[in-house]
Design a protein around this ligand. Structure first.
Ligand SMILES: Nc1ncnc2c1ncn2[C@@H]1O[C@H](COP(=O)(O)OP(=O)(O)OP(=O)(O)O)[C@@H](O)[C@H]1O
Ligand SMILES: [Mg+2]
Length: 421
């Protein structure tokens, strides 16, 4: 596997998906192959619950992708999710001694040094440091302060923290499958990179990736990540609600949801009667689609209300000018966008990996593959400091050549700030 190729592996709660792409200095050019292996039962809410089974699924998915692409894989980028993820906005500043003096690299170095002393609990590590903007004398919007005049220089960064143990379990699974980890990338960041175009990243978009075990959210604005969150409520919970309410087996609950379910009663096209198979002494019965939808809607409404609350609490609701992009397998539930519009009061659409990110491989242009496609591009400008990466004994970061993706171009001006961290 030369530097010409890149492999991304999404460790999802329902499936492991591997994608291999060809790249050049402008970034990912086209996806050459992808492969999927089931993961139900051993990846729980985005976290590894069984290392050897996860390793087997990684091997199987990569082998399929590898055969199709005709490329051998050694290094893979993996997605990270789970409720252990936390994120925050971090601000720090330095005073410029002489107000007439130009802001120099030395001042930026002092900001960097200060960031290294940021206190985090010993069981956690920094996964990403994503630069948002610089402020000079409280005036924001500065991308490259070197050479500008001012007396106070402030940096605002979006920090993503993860559990060291959760990262180690991913690393162990990848090693056991015979591969090396290239980059660890937060799943909602990967999904955003795959599905949002340049304007959506600029004007302000809320990305919601509804998976099986987790719903991953990100807000992108001014070409940077303003907010990330992983919520432990997603499609599997909806299936479980149907199972409990109707007394059916999980497979039937899942099939009913996909075939007849809606996220909101308002979206129902035909309120037909549907057959429910009896279990044990219970006979077959019939229920209207509207009743099934009521069960589903309760959970989906709870999820979107929770997201609305989080976005408001972060003070970012008014930044979402381009609306909501829904992705992940859970977004295939009919009426999902209608319910988002109703609960969040924002326009919503379903997002799939963009042609520019896939090189027109039609089969992968589906919501459930957004994360794996985004893992191919990654976020060179969002690397954590090396000492953070070394925190987990088994965590071996690999230095990689920077790529110029859509987001990366916007962040190049910030890049120097982090290169030496
Ligand atoms: N047509 C459909 N209608 C409703 N739900 C669907 C449909 N197709 C798939 N789903 C749901 O999507 C979920 C799986 O989505 P996805 O493949 O994105 O999850 P994952 O990436 O494996 O999990 P996670 O991201 O949570 O780790 C399942 O809960 C499944 O029931
Ligand atoms: Mg997923």
């Amino acid at each position: 596997m030369s530097d010409r190729y890149v492999c991304g592996v999404d460790l999802g709660t329902t499936k492991v998906c591997a994608a291999i792409a060809e790249r050049d200095e402008d970034g990912v050019q086209r996806i050459l192959g992808f492969g999927v292996a089931p993961s139900a039962g051993f990846l729980h809410k985005g976290m590894v619950a069984n290392i050897s089974k996860t390793a087997e699924a990684i091997s199987a998915a990569v082998a399929l992708a590898s055969n199709r692409a005709g490329v051998d894989v050694r290094v893979i980028n993996v997605g990270v999710a789970g409720e252990h993820i936390s994120s925050m906005r971090h601000r720090n500043y330095v005073t410029i001694a002489d107000p007439d003096r130009e802001i120099s690299q030395e001042d930026i170095d002092r900001l960097k040094a200060d960031l290294k002393t940021f206190p985090i609990s010993p069981d956690r590590q920094i996964l990403h440091i994503i630069p948002e903007e610089f402020f000079i004398d409280h005036q924001g919007g500065v991308q490259n302060p070197v050479g500008m005049a001012g007396s106070r220089l402030e940096a605002v960064n979006h920090l993503v923290l993860a559990s060291i143990a959760a990262i180690q379990n991913i690393w162990k699974s990848v090693e056991r499958a015979g591969f090396e980890v290239g980059e660890y990338i937060l799943q909602p960041i990967a999904s955003s990179v795959a599905t949002l175009d340049d304007n959506e990243m600029d004007i302000g978009t809320l990305l919601i990736d509804i998976g099986g075990g987790t719903t991953d959210i990100a807000i992108l604005h001014n070409h940077t990540v303003r907010y990330t969150e992983v919520i432990g409520v997603a499609g599997n919970q909806v299936t479980n609600d149907i199972r409990e309410a109707l007394g059916v087996v999980t497979e039937e609950a899942e099939a009913l949801k996909k075939r007849y379910g809606y996220a909101t009663e308002r979206a129902i096209v035909k309120d037909e009667e549907i057959l429910i198979h009896g279990v044990g002494a219970r006979k077959n019965s019939r229920i209207p689609v509207s009743l099934l939808t009521q069960i589903i809607s309760l959970r989906m409404r709870e999820l979107f209300t929770m997201i609305d609350g989080k976005v408001r609490k972060a003070g970012l609701k008014d930044k979402i000018k381009a609306g909501v992009v829904l992705t992940g397998g859970g977004s295939l539930l009919r009426g999902c966008a209608d319910l988002v519009e109703e609960v969040l009061g924002l326009p919503a659409k379903i997002g799939v990996p963009l042609e520019s990110a896939t090189g027109s491989l039609r089969e992968i242009e589906r919501p459930e593959y957004s994360t794996s496609v985004g893992l191919l591009t990654g976020l060179p400008a969002a690397k954590a400091p090396e000492e953070e990466q070394k925190k987990s004994a088994v965590f071996k970061p690999r230095k990689k050549r920077a790529k110029k993706g859509m987001l990366n171009q916007a962040w190049t001006s910030f890049k120097d700030f982090f290169d030496e961290l």
